[in-house]
Ligand binder design. Structure first.
Ligand code: NAI
Length: 245
């Protein structure tokens, strides 16, 4: 039986690349997103290419929708092996203008959604001997620009949630790791400027496929000794001192 991966926020950007990579590597892929048009489009493309995929409309900030997502995936495929908590929103608002509703929207999507989906999927993963979860955080969990409080807090929370879940689900053989991407360009890569690339120690801006390959690596059973970890993938930017002399 094929393994099953649920990827949230898979209709666009990084999630689409992760879902595509999972399909190409033999997984049945559940594309979970609020964007029905692009989610359906990705499902149809993967099916046309001979892969197994299913779009499920799901708002990860809605607990009931998450329960429905896991039930739909388990009913269709009978197992869940991998969960990629990728869905996320970023809004930048000065702290004195950030409303409670605005804070809650970002935290409930980026952080609470990852917790709830992992908790719902865990009993199904356990039935087939375990699995692996990857939470997509951000280098903004580690460093900041102005006016990013809610987003930064949500991503910092994901780092802590990752090691907490790794411990709670250790006995169920469910590993939980985290990726903190830097600048991953999801638009037209050819439109980037020279300075966009050269400022990175790696000499280029990141691509969604950089994150997709890391998801495959972290979730592969051969890499079972990596657990509760945060993998920064940012072309070296957070290792670069930026004092101006
Ligand atoms: P994107 O905006 O291109 O894609 C995000 C996807 O999530 C979209 O398909 C959107 O419809 C979906 N989504 C939004 N809210 C949702 C909800 N409530 N329920 C279900 N789906 C929802 O974003 P991108 O750039 O692909 O980012 C993906 C993840 O990577 C996010 O968590 C983001 O914070 C993180 N990230 C991205 C970086 C970048 O440079 N692109 C850098 C660091 C982190």
């Amino acid at each position: 039986m094929k393994k099953t991966a649920i990827v949230t926020g898979a209709a666009n950007g990084i999630g689409r690349a992760v879902a595509t990579a999972c399909a190409a590597n033999g997984f049945s892929v559940v594309i979970a997103d609020i964007d029905a048009e692009n989610g359906q489009h990705l499902q149809d493309r993967l099916l046309n290419e001979g892969f197994d995929a299913m779009f499920v409309k799901c708002d990860v900030s809605d607990p009931e929708a998450i329960t429905g997502l896991v039930k739909t995936a388990a009913d269709r495929y009978g197992r869940i092996d991998v969960v990629i908590n990728n869905a996320g929103i970023s809004e930048f608002t000065p702290p004195d203008e950030l409303t409670v509703a605005g804070w809650d929207r970002i935290l409930n999507t980026n952080l609470r959604g990852a917790f709830l989906l992992t908790r719902e999927a865990a009993p199904v993963m356990k039935k087939n001997g375990g699995g692996a979860v990857v939470n997509i955080a951000s280098t903004r969990a580690l460093m900041s620009e102005k006016n990013s409080e809610a987003y930064a807090a949500s991503k910092g929370g994901l780092l802590a949630l990752t090691h907490a879940l790794a411990l709670s689900y250790a006995d169920d053989h469910i590993r939980v790791n985290c990726i903190s991407p830097g600048w991953i360009h999801t638009g037209d890569y050819s439109k980037l400027r020279e300075i966009d690339h050269t400022q990175h120690p790696s000499g280029r801006v990141g691509k969604p496929e950089d994150i997709a390959r890391a998801c495959l690596f972290l979730t592969h059973p051969d890499n079972g000794f990596i657990n509760g970890e945060n993998l920064v993938i940012d072309g070296g930017m957070t290792r670069k001192m930026i004092y101006q002399y």
